[in-house]
Design a protein. Structure first.
Length: 560
């Protein structure tokens, strides 16, 4: 294989089968990248259970070698592929207090992913949710305590890899303490090395101890970790980097590049983090995958070719979703031919990818009926897991958390169930169908009541009508949805909607909030009499929240 072929093997592109993308165009592009360019794999976004397996099979047949096929499955295969099992957020799983449920979720996720052709799952999130204003992690993390996150991370990895797919702990060395979204810009975490070791690294150590096959690096700057060239040089040989034989001054040049000081570089591009810390200190020998290189935390400072080369110099093996695939390949080829990168460096990363693929190939395909495995969890947890969806439902029911109940409204007393009720859902106007399960359950429970949507597009007249209706009702039930999503850049309702919520709560005689978001957003409903935290807007979370509200399910959850 020539240098260009080796460079292409390190690239992982992406394909989208989501409703807003043209699937035919997506397929043609990725087929070209696999067949003509020779890339090493692709990441799947969206899909349908009746056609995704065939699509993966056809693309795989275009390649002369086995492909890495990955997907973001923090909430199960159903997060991407319609018809598969969708789980609530990892924070809701963490709120159950039982790592066995994380292991069960991992196993179901892995078994379903493997059967459609995915061999590398970008989960679990091993970040510690330490910053309440974090716009991109939040409920994607298991919780706020390092030891607890470590325990659940380990269990999820164990379950996922028992099903024969590779797990990926992300986002190393941690994305939980950021106030900015790395999809948009480069976040900077201003804490010292001691804090990072005692907090951020704890779950990653646990994942490595569990044998996690891959780790994804973060586009986050960590000045507290520095970029000590002497440390990099001392351990880089063990990590497969070609920096070991370079002079210290050249190493420093590679760390800082021409773009700025090392303390302002994303961790993805810093050898002291991706090589010295991860491979040297923590002893990780598996596959290092970058977060998507088309994210703003990279592209605001680096072109696709330079970003690819810097990531390889830092210690990455797989370059995920460069902004321009061909430019990234060209950059690697140029750097190798000039001597900036060695061909052996490329070979080392290819070997790690092949080792992971070989491990997957050696594992038996999970059965289509996971009853035998789920029976183990059923016995230890006392829950009848008849099928994968029951695992998701159990996590949701055990994760619902009571944050406030000042007037004894949870579960709703008989008089509240029989009186006039106002139903309001605060949602994102871009997700109009996201309350279907909640609407059906509440409107059937309260005949004559209609769930009204309050969002950023709501007119002043409609908002006043919502408030007037609440003021004449015995009870106002508010469902507040706030989904974590890439490129959004903030959490919580915007100023206008927040003002309407405050007025609504003030006008209500009694108020209960179903918070389909993280517990840190309880401040957005400060005037509510009772708040049930349901963590996210998934179907299992919506159904579990209503069940807890109506007294159909006991409330077990606790803030992680």
């Amino acid at each position: 294989m020539d240098i260009r072929g080796k460079a292409a093997r390190l690239i992982m592109s992406h394909i989208s089968d989501r409703a807003w993308d043209d699937f035919n165009d997506e397929y043609a592009r990725v087929e070209h990248e696999i067949r003509d360019l020779g890339i090493g794999g692709f990441c799947l976004f969206g899909g349908q259970l009746d056609r995704t397996p065939e699509m993966i099979r056809r693309l795989s047949e275009c390649s002369a070698f086995p492909l890495l096929v990955a997907s973001d499955l923090e909430r199960g295969l159903g997060q991407q592929v319609r018809g598969a099992t969708a789980f609530p957020s990892l924070a809701m799983c963490g709120a159950t207090g039982d790592p066995k449920l994380a292991q069960a979720q991992g196993w179901v996720t892995g078994s379903e992913a493997r059967r459609v052709g995915i061999n590398l799952v970008f989960a679990p999130v091993a970040d510690v949710d330490s910053e309440p204003k974090n716009p991109i992690i939040g409920v994607r993390a298991f919780g706020t305590a390092p030891s607890m996150v470590a325990e659940f991370t380990r269990a999820f990895v164990r379950g996922l890899q028992a099903a024969g797919v590779a797990a990926t702990a992300k986002h190393f060395p941690g994305h939980g303490d950021t106030k900015r979204d790395s999809h948009i810009e480069l976040p900077v975490v201003e804490v010292g090395s001691a804090t990072i070791h005692a907090r951020e690294l704890v779950p990653f150590r646990a994942a490595i101890d569990e044998g996690v096959k891959a780790i994804m690096t973060a586009h986050v700057a960590y000045p507290g970790l520095g970029a000590d060239a002497s440390v990099t040089r001392a351990v880089s040989a063990a990590g497969g980097s070609d920096l070991a034989d370079e002079a210290p001054e050249k190493q420093t040049g590679l760390v800082t590049s021409r773009r700025g000081a090392a303390d302002s570089l994303p961790a993805t591009l810093v050898p002291a983090i991706s090589t010295a810390l991860l491979r040297g200190e923590l002893g990780f020998e598996g596959l290092v995958v970058t977060d998507a290189l088309l994210m703003g935390g990279i592209t605001e400072s680096y072109g696709p070719g330079e970003a690819a080369v810097l990531a390889l110099e830092a210690g990455a093996d797989v370059l995920l979703m460069p902004a321009d695939v061909e430019a990234a390949i060209d950059g690697i080829v140029e750097a190798t031919e000039s001597g900036r990168l060695s061909e052996e460096r490329l070979d080392a990363s290819i070997a790690r990818a092949e080792e992971l693929l070989g491990w997957v190939a050696s594992r038996a395909m999970p059965g289509s009926v996971p009853g035998g495995v789920l029976a183990q969890f059923s016995e230890s947890l006392g829950i009848a897991f008849e099928e994968p969806a029951t695992v998701a439902a159990a996590i949701a029911r055990r994760g619902v958390t009571l944050l406030r109940d000042e007037r004894g409204l949870i579960p709703l007393p008989a008089e509240a169930l029989s009186g006039a009720v106002s139903l309001v859902a605060v949602t994102d106007p871009k997700q109009p169908d996201g309350v279907a399960w909640l609407r059906e359950r509440l409107e059937s429970q309260f005949p004559g009541a209609e769930l009204t949507i309050l969002d950023a597009d709501c007119s002043e007249e409609k908002a006043n009508g919502i408030i007037d209706n609440a003021s004449t009702s015995e009870l106002c039930i508010i469902a507040l949805f706030d989904e974590i999503s890439a490129w959004k850049g903030h959490s919580g309702p915007d100023g206008t909607v927040a003002t309407v919520i405050t007025r609504l709560l003030a006008a209500s005689r009694q108020s209960v909030v179903l918070l389909f978001a993280g517990p840190q957003l309880v401040h957005a409903v400060e005037g509510a009499d009772a708040v049930l935290c349901c963590y996210d807007g998934s179907q299992p979370a919506q159904l579990a929240g209503v069940a807890a509200l109506l007294g159909e399910a006991e409330i077990f959850g606790r803030r992680g």
